[in-house]
Design a protein around this ligand. Structure first.
Ligand code: HEM
Length: 474
């Protein structure tokens, strides 16, 4: 790793760093993404910070982020090796792995997701099916205010469950509720200052008590939960008829037996499964929670979405992916929610695999790179009035949907979100289904608050909302 205390001459500039702790106090960890975006105004689109002993380069704005992640993507494909992740995931799995292992696992997971997306037991069916459970659950509240957090987590987690385990869970299932709770707590601790400290001072922190030990215990328990599903799968696994991701993975282990290059084994299976949950649940459910809130905030936009859905789909059938092309306004609203919701504000960290040239600067091999997605999704050079909620920016004069290059909530390049297609499918089908059934509004006397809390994802602050059934189904 690159650990010089002084900024080398061709290195990107940045704020003055204290000895030892570096720029830890430059950044407000309750709004890291905003601090990092503001610093670009002083130091430019490519600047550097030192966190403890680790140099980081922050990339800002669409042009630079694209140049780095896409044009020079090969040089930025690695993840930094962080002590907390090494201790928890041992560099296995999908999200924090590197090199040959990462390539093999990523390729396999992408093609397996594609297989089930297009396969007989399609994900589309699983999503629509899940919506009916979720929708009924919410309809039972008869428009009374509720916090959508838990039910939406269950709804979205069940899609990953269908994909990897081949079945969903009842919302009352205690094993399932336990699984979700474990994930929530583990992710919360992960996003806290403890994780920062652990990564900065691992030798010390490994010995000290604190929540970082609890989080390791949670991950251990989660691995055990997945392992128990694996044991069940092996009992009636039939390679000729794969039911889910685990079945496909078992086949891959078997086919590659004796191949010295193979990275497929049961330990990696468990880790990849865990990573699909980690990366795929919180992100998607947070996006839906933003969606409900924005619809309550802008009732006239909600009405236009509902009118379009009424016209194109009606009330007698469920939406399908085929409808998307005919729902440009709804599609534009979804894009604008994802843009302004900014759910993964700083993407995930990358690391340089060789010396690279960016703008006027040389960044050495092994430096941590933060692709600041906030600075792209709110880039003044790309979006007019970026802080305004305006679905119209995704529509042309005829009301047709238009793609925008700077729309990269899933990041870009070699490490682009592996679940992008699945996530977009989930968000589209869930959102249109909710809009087909319900109207969202704030409880009497309450105004929607669009504040965020900064954690693993940028989430709305907890809120209660009312979901009223439409006339036809009421
Ligand atoms: C990585 C966003 C849903 C699986 C990422 C990254 C972002 C992201 C920004 C980091 C990319 C980078 O390093 O530059 C999102 C958003 C989602 C979403 C906004 C939903 C709205 C999902 C879903 C899945 C998933 C549903 C799984 C089924 C992954 C995985 C990675 C990843 C495995 C790591 C890829 C790698 O390191 O090679 N996602 N994601 N994501 N995402 Fe997603």
């Amino acid at each position: 790793d690159y650990v010089k205390t002084r900024r080398p001459s061709s290195f990107p500039p940045g704020p003055w760093a204290l000895p030892f702790v570096g720029n830890i106090f430059t950044v407000d960890f309750n709004r890291t993404h905003e601090t990092l975006t503001q610093l670009a105004e002083t130091y430019g689109d490519v600047y550097s910070l030192r966190m403890g002993q680790t140099w980081m380069v922050v990339l800002n704005g669409f042009q630079i982020v694209k140049e780095a992640l896409v044009t020079q993507g090969d040089s930025l494909a690695d993840r930094p090796i962080l002590p907390l992740q090494v201790d928890m995931f041992r560099n296995l799995g999908l999200v924090f792995s590197n090199g040959h292992l990462w390539k093999q696992q990523r390729r396999f997971s992408l093609s397996t997701l594609r297989y089930f997306g297009a396969g007989r037991k399609s994900l589309e069916h699983a999503i629509l099916d899940e919506f009916t459970y979720s929708g009924k659950n919410i309809a039972d509240l008869k428009g009374k205010p509720f916090n959508p957090n838990l039910i939406i987590s269950k709804t979205v987690s069940n899609i990953i469950c269908s994909l990897v385990f081949g079945h969903r869970f009842e919302y009352e299932d205690e094993w399932f509720i336990e699984l979700i709770k474990r994930f929530d707590s583990a992710l919360q601790i992960e996003a806290s200052i403890w994780a920062q400290l652990y990564n900065s001072f691992p030798l010390l922190m490994r010995r000290l008590p604190g929540p970082h030990h609890t989080v390791q215990q949670f991950w251990g328990e989660l691995r055990d939960m997945i392992r128990s599903e694996l044991i069940e799968h092996k009992k009636d696994w039939n390679p000729a008829e794969p039911r889910d991701y685990i079945d496909c993975y078992l086949t891959e282990i078997q086919t590659r037996k004796g191949d010295a290059e193979s990275t497929f084994d049961e330990e990696n299976l468990v880790m990849c499964t865990l990573h699909l949950f980690v990366a795929g649940s919180e992100t998607t459910s947070t996006t839906l929670r933003w969606a409900f809130l924005y619809m309550a905030k802008y009732p006239e936009i909600q009405e236009k979405v509902q009118a379009e859905i009424d016209r194109v789909i009606g009330q007698s059938r469920q939406p399908s992916m085929m409808d998307r092309a005919n729902l440009p306004y709804t599609d534009a609203v979804i894009h604008e929610i994802q843009r302004i919701g900014n759910v993964v504000p700083l993407s995930l960290r990358h690391s340089t695999t060789r010396n690279i040239q960016l703008g006027d600067y040389t960044i050495p091999k092994g430096v941590v790179i933060i692709p600041n997605l906030t600075s792209v999704l709110f880039d003044k050079r790309e979006w007019e009035t970026p802080y305004t909620f305006n679905p119209g920016r995704f529509l042309n004069e005829e009301g047709k949907f238009v793609k925008r290059a700077a729309f990269i909530p899933f990041s870009a390049g070699k490490r682009v979100c592996l679940g992008e297609n699945l996530a977009r499918m989930e968000i589209f089908l869930f959102f249109t289904s909710f809009m087909q059934w319900f109207t969202f509004s704030m409880p009497a006397g309450m105004k929607p608050v669009l504040d965020y809390c900064f954690g693993v994802t940028l989430a709305p602050t907890p809120y209660e909302i009312c979901a009223t059934l439409g006339l036809v189904l009421a």
